[in-house]
Design a protein around this ligand. Structure first.
Ligand code: SAH
Length: 287
């Protein structure tokens, strides 16, 4: 049973469920310690070092190596560039099954899109799922395959979902450590979201979109804003003889796409109010 030692600051959170008095920030920190990258059958030791570096830059510390071809190796240490602590604490397993035995969520990263009978997630969706599990005090594994052949079918069968980094369909295979970097970055973003507030991080909610503390603006709030926007465009002579409807239609689309909340609308209306005030001053001055 592999259990890489988490870094000292995270050790207090392992492996028990976090006590209720912990802040959301501490919960998010603990989630980093519950997440491991598993590199399967890595052929180039330099990639192991580069992957360790990628993880450490994003605040992760757990590296598991399944049957690496050559490790330890000078190329791994050279590419780790200061992340050798992750190499030193890396757990080495013979099989993927052994490596992920304790994980509640196992995500297999694959360069080949949609050729497997697994749910496919993009990195952002994967990061949200990972956070929901890691934040619930369970271990999460991100699994990466061999440079030449990726993960085999039996290995993918051990995964709960596949993760594909959207890429050029004609050239979709990233360098192993580059793929680790993309995933580690997305996880960091999801794990850090809203961590300063005690609200549950939006990352674990089913809805797409960013963390929000305010509910979406109501229909009436948006219409009030659009009406003030139309008045303001008139006041600053934006249309210059063109029909106002065309511009308003496009502007409505932009602002509706932005999924504004009530506070956003207040801010925008404040900007419009100032623009209207300046237009009135200019009109009075110009006579
Ligand atoms: N030739 C291999 C590519 C392996 S690249 C193949 O066809 O599968 C090494 C590993 O990096 C992959 O197994 C995968 O875990 C990861 N990787 C590379 N590109 C990726 C991508 N676009 N999306 C997700 N993972 C990727």
């Amino acid at each position: 049973m592999p259990s890489a030692p988490p870094s000292a600051s995270l050790a207090a959170f392992e492996p028990d469920r976090a006590p209720a008095h912990e802040s959301a920030h501490e919960l998010a920190s603990a989630a980093f310690g519950r997440t491991m990258a598993v590199l399967v059958g890595t052929q180039h030791p330099g990639n192991i070092g580069a992957a360790a570096r990628a993880l450490k830059t994003m605040g992760f510390s757990r590296l598991v190596l399944v049957a690496p071809e050559r490790f330890p190796h000078a190329d791994a240490s050279a590419m780790a560039a200061g992340a050798d602590d992750l190499l030193a604490s890396a757990v080495i397993c013979e099989t993927l099954a052994e490596a992920v035995a304790n994980c509640r969520l196992v995500l297999g990263c694959t360069a080949r899109s949609r050729r497997i009978a697994l749910d496919e997630l993009n990195p952002r969706q994967a990061a949200r799922r990972a956070f929901a599990v890691a934040n619930d005090a369970a271990d999460v594994a991100l699994v990466f395959g061999r440079e030449r052949t990726g993960l085999d079918n039996d290995e993918l069968q051990l995964c709960h979902a596949a993760v594909h980094i959207p890429a050029n369909p004609a050239y979709s295979s990233l360098n192993l450590a580059a793929a680790v970097q993309v995933l580690a970055y997305e996880l960091r973003v999801a794990f850090s979201m809203d961590s300063a507030s005690d609200a549950p991080p939006a990352a674990i909610l089913p809805s797409e979109g960013e963390a929000r503390n305010e509910p979406p603006a109501t229909h009436a709030e948006l219409e009030g804003f659009f009406s003030q926007l139309a008045d303001t465009l008139d006041a600053i002579d934006f249309h210059k003889g063109r029909t106002p409807e065309t511009a308003m239609r496009k502007l409505r689309r932009i602002f509706l796409r932005a999924d504004l909340d009530a506070r956003d609308v207040r801010l925008l209306r404040g900007v419009l109010a100032d623009a209207q005030r300046m237009a009135r001053l200019a009109a009075a001055r110009d006579g």
